[in-house]
Design a protein around this ligand. Structure first.
Ligand code: SF4
Length: 198
């Protein structure tokens, strides 16, 4: 990263305005490790404003758990799809190119009131076509609302088997039964004109 920063600084000093494509190669052996490698190497530079394009490279034959989608949560039928998904995810995370729904979720802890990973996957499955909409999925009402950042909608555990739904920072549906909470979230998205049929 340091050498790329120095290189881009040099281009700026020389007033050379050519686009810079950040190329990152990972030889890690799991999808998760590659994901972290790609994201840290290129993400920090993008956040510094030092990249105009992304080029991720790996050797798929070196990945030992290729079938595990890991933290991408996205379908990875093959290596091209993994590289493609990861590239767009990094560009979205650094707010360079918004191409899909944005999810913000807490890391979960002892206060978490539902299975965060399973619930996040369920919400993703029905909302992942809503490009640009930001949905927060938070484990508890104690700290969740304060950590939702700039989410447009929030799905927050508010008691055992209970979910409270937010629109921005405002509570709109309190203590909804968790069995119907995803359906209620969809209704809220529809009422808020943030929904489109898939
Ligand atoms: S939002 Fe609540 S459940 Fe999630 S990590 Fe923070 S304290 Fe834990």
């Amino acid at each position: 990263m340091q050498s790329v920063r120095a290189f881009v600084n040099e281009l700026m000093l020389l007033e050379i305005k050519i686009p810079v494509v950040l190329a990152v190669e990972s030889s890690d052996t799991s999808i998760d490790e590659q994901l972290i490698h790609f994201a840290t190497e290129s993400g920090a530079l993008f956040l510094d404003g030092m990249g105009d394009g992304i080029w991720l490279m790996n050797d798929p034959s070196k990945i030992v758990n290729q079938k595990v989608s890991g933290r991408t949560y996205l379908e990875t039928k093959n290596n091209y799809q993994f590289i493609n998904n990861t590239s767009f995810s990094i560009l979205q995370a650094v707010r360079t190119r918004i191409s899909k729904t944005e999810y913000i979720s807490c890391p979960s802890c002892g206060r978490t009131l539902f299975d965060l990973q399973e619930t996040t996957a369920r919400i993703r499955a029905v909302t992942n076509h809503l490009k640009g909409v930001k949905i927060a999925i938070m484990g508890c009402i104690v700290n969740g609302p304060g950590e939702m950042a700039d989410a447009d909608f929030g799905y927050v555990g508010s008691g055992p088997g209970k979910i409270t739904l937010y629109k921005g920072k405002e509570v709109v549906k309190r203590n909804v039964d968790s069995a119907i909470a995803v359906e209620e979230l969809i209704n809220l998205l529809k009422e808020s004109e943030a929904w489109i049929d898939n």
